[in-house]
Ligand binder design. Structure first.
Ligand SMILES: Cc1cc2nc3c(=O)[nH]c(=O)nc-3n(C[C@H](O)[C@H](O)[C@H](O)COP(=O)(O)OP(=O)(O)OC[C@H]3O[C@@H](n4cnc5c(N)ncnc54)[C@H](O)[C@@H]3O)c2cc1C
Length: 512
């Protein structure tokens, strides 16, 4: 194995620290460490050719499209992503206003502007409002089981369905309307699957569901792209800190490794990359996505992780949510339309789908958000989660475009609706260094598993060594799945190292 060369070598400049991954967690940790004089030997190893990870903005359709993170959830003073974005002047005036920051959405997605049914008619606004109100009141109820000894059923999905069954028993409308109501509710289940990044709400644990914390503020976007934020953090780091195209293969820990350039010095960790280069270190902050950890659990750590930690990695949920952008010559929607809901009249949350994915994958699509028009370009952004989303990744652009053209023609009742000019989509499940979109607390796991994942190694007894530290969105107990959870987790682990090195340091935490 070759040894690394360059900036981080040399002794007498404090501990040698490696950060694995340059998403917002890794960049946040690196920025914080670089500002402390004790951390002059720092490197970030990134598997791909770019920084930002699941924050990924691309030029497209005459503007910017977000293939990963879309909104700042809860943009208000308690949100560090909002604060940083404001500091770097990346937000619009309205998004910064006090008024926006005070809005309480409860984390619910707003009402659609229009709802199309699969038979080609618009669904009555009244029914949609009634079903949205029922669905979100039930979602709010799920949070009440957090501090109860026993939840009535294991999953959020089962709870919602049980309650919906009871409500449906009291519906007095004709059979067709009752069926339509269930179909509308099914569409809200699909939205919730996108929010939780899961295939089914039956996989999401009920008791800990309320632990996810919603901050105040009306969700906002970055006019110039989310990646402007990670670019700004990156620009604040010394130039050669990030090493790109350096996928880490195995982290050897609890060892005593030497290096030719530093005779006599011993390092407890050795990070081995896929190209066989090796980086000895005193501390390593791992920020790779949970999906990657799940897939490489058997080979990524040597020795293997303690059984409880490995079990937490297996148990915490990590699913797929993707976006499909469609570009149109002319908009077929009204100028004030923001969100188009699609309701499949043959679907019900109370019945399981039995057909093969290739025939029904598009029925999981929640509909489309209308992107602000860039010049004369008109773009819709569809969201789709779960196994259907993973199946979509196996199709070609042409197949996706054809299927969605057929869907749009069918639901608008316009067989001549011009096909979109082009399609662009994310494929997060196929991405080898991500393997999905974001984490959720799955049935069989609790917030304790998240805390367990976040615990540094080695465990108790050898505490002061802090050889391996864990950050990334999946390690934040109350803000998992978000960019602000990821950023806070990076700061948390940087502060842990700073406190070890400099016990007198004034740290702004706790980062909970
Ligand atoms: C489609 C989608 C929509 C989303 N929407 C939102 C949203 O609207 N709002 C929100 O707050 N959040 C959203 N999120 C979630 C948010 O993007 C993530 O929670 C956050 O960006 C995760 O940051 P991270 O640093 O933990 O991980 P990542 O950004 O995934 O960074 C991890 C880095 O590690 C690298 N890596 C992996 N394996 C290795 C290896 N072996 N060696 C070296 N490097 C490696 C990866 O390449 C990556 O750069 C969305 C995510 C997706 C996918």
């Amino acid at each position: 194995m070759e040894s690394s060369g360059g900036r981080a070598e040399g002794s007498g400049r404090g501990p040698r620290v490696l950060v694995v991954g340059s998403g917002i967690a890794g960049l946040g940790a690196a920025q914080r460490l670089c500002r402390h004089p004790a951390f002059q030997q720092l490197r970030v190893l990134e598997a791909t050719a770019r920084a930002g990870g699941r924050i990924r903005s691309e030029r497209g359709f005459g503007g910017v499209v977000e293939l990963g993170a879309h909104w700042i959830h809860g943009p208000s003073q308690g949100n560090p992503v909002f604060q940083l974005a404001a500091k770097y002047q990346l937000l619009g005036e309205k998004d910064l206003s006090e008024e926006n920051q005070l809005i309480e959405t409860g984390g619910h997605v707003g009402l659609p502007s229009v709802s199309y049914a699969s038979s080609g008619v618009s669904v009555s606004r009244e029914l949609v409002v009634e079903m949205a109100s029922l669905f979100y009141s039930l979602i709010d109820q799920t949070r009440e089981f957090l501090h109860m000894a026993d939840a009535p059923v294991p999953s959020v999905g089962e709870y919602l369905k049980k309650e919906i069954c009871q409500h449906a028993a009291g519906w007095t409308e004709d059979e067709e309307t009752r069926k339509l109501k269930l179909a509308i509710l099914n569409s809200f289940f699909n939205v919730e699957c996108c929010v939780s990044g899961t295939h089914s709400m039956d996989l999401v644990a009920l008791a800990p569901f309320g632990e996810y914390t919603v901050l105040p503020g009306l969700d906002c976007t970055f006019p110039g792209g989310y990646q402007g934020l990670t670019n700004c953090i990156m620009a604040s780091l010394p130039e050669d800190v990030i090493v790109f195209n350096k996928p880490v293969k195995t982290i050897h820990w609890n060892g005593s490794f030497q290096e030719a350039l530093s005779p006599g010095e011993r390092f407890p960790v050795l990070v081995e990359c896929e190209d066989r280069t090796c980086f000895p270190a005193h501390h390593v902050i791992i920020t790779v996505p949970l999906g990657f950890l799940k897939e490489h659990l058997d080979t990524f750590f040597e020795p293997a992780l303690p059984p409880q930690k490995a079990e937490a990695i297996r148990k915490i949920g990590f699913g797929t949510s993707n976006k499909i952008f469609l570009e149109f010559e002319e908009p077929f929607w009204e100028p004030d339309c923001r969100h188009i809901q699609v309701v499949w009249e043959d679907m019900s949350p109370l019945e399981d789908v039995t057909c093969g994915l290739q025939h029904v994958w598009f029925k999981k699509l929640i509909g489309f958000f209308v992107l602000p028009s860039f010049a004369s370009v008109h773009v819709l952004c569809g969201f789709i989660a779960g196994l259907e989303s993973e199946f979509m990744e196996t199709l070609s652009d042409e197949e996706v475009l054809l299927s969605l053209t057929q869907v749009l023609r069918r639901v608008t009742g316009n067989a001549r609706l011009p096909a979109p000019r082009s399609v662009l989509r994310s494929c997060w499940y196929s991405a080898p260094y991500t393997r999905g979109s974001y984490s959720y607390v799955a049935v069989g796991s609790t917030g304790d598993d998240i805390d367990l994942l976040a615990q540094p190694l080695p465990e108790e007894g050898a505490k002061a060594q802090l050889q391996i530290l864990f950050a990334g969105e999946a390690t934040h107990r109350t803000f998992y799945s978000t960019t602000h959870g990821a950023l806070l987790s990076g700061w948390r682990e940087a502060d842990r190292l700073i406190a070890l090195q400099d016990p007198q340091a004034q740290l702004p935490g706790p980062w909970l």
